[in-house]
Design a protein around this ligand. Structure first.
Ligand code: MN3
Length: 240
């Protein structure tokens, strides 16, 4: 990460320390313009620094895919949503307000805003030092909602495989009940337009750009490999 990103990241971390109620999720999107520190400055989206090197998730996710995904696809969503925020004079104070009004947004604002947030979330769903599986409170919640961790993984994998075209599969917390859902394009379960809403706990990107270089049309193989890099500790932290 460059110095500017590190500074933004630290600033956001500090900002969020003061508002713990939204800290676990809003860190993935909250950013204020560097030169507009007044409280009236509109909320803008930003990329989190990638929490690991491009090659850190190999062989499950290859370095070239990670680099293109982060520096091209993800970066473009940031540029485009912030253009839309300026051009359309959108004035939200955080990502949750933004997504809660998704039904009122232009396609450019909605799709690219979702693109930024979803990828920040996705990077933080993965780690090169993954533990074997969920434990404690998270495991208990998964067992309660899905019967077992294996049954959960099976259902989640089916949702990811069955998502037609480009989109995402999600595990969400809906007021204490865990649910699996899929979203098309860059939609997410925080949007007022979502069929299944809830607090995201885990997500997988099933756009072809997330896996095509290594897995080509074999989305199933990508999903199977992806379980090896799931950051269960982060998932557990989101279950508050
Ligand atoms: Mn993607």
């Amino acid at each position: 990460m460059d110095t500017n990103n590190r500074r933004k990241f630290l600033k956001n971390s500090l900002l969020l320390a003061a508002i713990p109620a939204i800290a676990p999720l809003d860190i993935f999107a909250l950013d204020k313009p560097e030169n507009g520190k007044s409280s009236s400055a509109p909320f803008m989206f930003a990329q989190i620094p990638l929490p690991y090197a491009y090659d850190a998730l190999a062989p499950h996710i290859d370095a070239q895919t990670m680099e293109i995904h982060y520096t091209k696809h993800h970066a473009t969503y940031v540029k485009n949503v912030n253009e839309a925020i300026k051009a359309e004079n959108l004035n939200f104070s955080n990502a949750f307000e933004f997504f809660a009004k998704a039904s009122t947004l232009s396609a450019k604002a909605k799709n690219n805003g979702g693109g930024v947030w979803n990828h920040n979330f996705f990077w933080d769903c993965m780690t090169p030092s993954a533990v074997a599986g969920p434990t404690g409170k998270l495991k208990a919640a998964i067992d309660k909602s899905f019967g077992s961790v294996e049954q959960f993984k099976d259902q989640f994998s089916k949702a990811a495989l069955g998502q037609f075209g480009s989109g995402w599969a999600w595990l969400v917390n809906d007021k204490g009940t865990l649910k699996i859902t899929g979203t098309a394009n860059q939609d997410n379960p925080l949007m007022d337009t979502a069929t299944v809403k809830g607090t995201p706990l885990l997500a997988i990107d099933v756009w072809e750009h997330a896996y095509y270089l290594k897995y080509q049309n074999k989305r199933n193989d990508y999903i199977a490999a992806w379980w090896n890099v799931v950051n269960w500790n982060q998932v557990a932290k989101r279950l508050v």
